[in-house]
Design a protein around this ligand. Structure first.
Ligand SMILES: Nc1ncnc2c1ncn2[C@@H]1O[C@H](COP(=O)(O)OP(=O)(O)OP(=O)(O)O)[C@@H](O)[C@H]1O
Ligand SMILES: [Mg+2]
Length: 243
């Protein structure tokens, strides 16, 4: 079923990394305009799934459709060119460039700071004060959590159709996690479709419309976040923890 209600659809996706068979037939549907949480234990295959969507690994079997279009065999720049933004687990910022330069590179429509969308920039400064504070500092000198804010700021400096973010709350202090939740909540309200990998259950519960849980290279549960949050026994069996 290729539904227009789903912006992104993976069907039976297998991924091999060298000799290792990592994904074993991933089925995943990301509804348009909603936030989908991808959960699962360490090593379940979450990052590999995101990398396969972005063409950083090639699916060896199965299909990936975006907006009804088959993107399974496209290369990463072509996939990014479809207005899909990806924040990898290691954040993908340029350490030697200033925070400003990092955002400028991500703002494809601007060639200098004055051309960046000023209202959007003010919104980012409110969400992530560190971005403004360290504007003219090399991004590599920032703390892990501050780098995480810069990485998310980079992908929201322009409107996107799909945001894919690998563990945005990783290493963040509780107060900043709340800013991050606020940021994604506002992005949700702007209508953008979001796929988040998350280990922080508080974060997942606050933001998720839908949830998919992976284990051993497969999606073993998919449904609404509210239903999973309400079902302690299911959480225990899927994640070995309670929300
Ligand atoms: N480059 C690689 N070479 C070989 N095996 C890999 C590689 N990258 C990942 N794997 C393996 O693939 C499996 C899935 O890894 P993946 O990074 O997708 O898990 P994850 O769900 O993102 O875990 P985490 O929560 O720890 O980030 C793991 O067993 C991992 O060891
Ligand atoms: Mg991972």
């Amino acid at each position: 079923m290729s539904s227009t209600a789903n912006l992104l659809e993976l069907k039976g996706v297998h991924t091999h990394i060298g000799a290792y068979h990592i994904l074993h037939g991933v089925n995943l549907a990301i509804p348009k305009g909603q936030l989908t949480m991808l959960l699962g234990r360490n090593g379940a295959g979450k990052t590999t799934t995101l990398r396969t969507i972005m063409g950083l690994w090639q699916a060896s079997q199965g299909s990936i459709h975006f907006n009804g279009r088959d993107i399974t065999r496209l290369h990463t720049p072509q996939i990014a060119g479809l207005n899909i933004a990806y924040v990898p687990e290691n954040m993908g910022i340029f350490a030697d460039l200033t925070v400003k330069e990092n955002l400028l590179l991500a703002a494809r429509k601007a060639s200098n700071a004055a051309q960046m969308d000023a209202a959007r920039l003010q919104w980012i400064f409110r969400l992530f004060p560190a971005v403004e504070k360290f504007w003219n500092h090399p991004a590599g000198k920032l703390s892990g959590g501050q780098k995480q804010m810069v990485a998310v700021a980079r992908v929201i400096i322009e409107p996107r159709d799909l945001l894919i973010v690998d563990e945005p709350s990783k290493g963040l202090a509780p107060a900043i996690i709340n800013n991050m939740i606020e940021a994604f909540d506002q992005l949700k309200k702007s209508g953008v479709t979001i796929l988040l990998v998350e280990q922080n259950i508080h974060f997942a519960k606050r933001l998720g419309d839908n949830v998919a849980v992976m284990d051993n290279g497969r999606v073993v549960h998919a449904g609404s976040m509210a239903a999973l949050a309400a079902d302690e026994a299911l959480q225990q069996s899927l994640l070995g923890l309670s929300l």
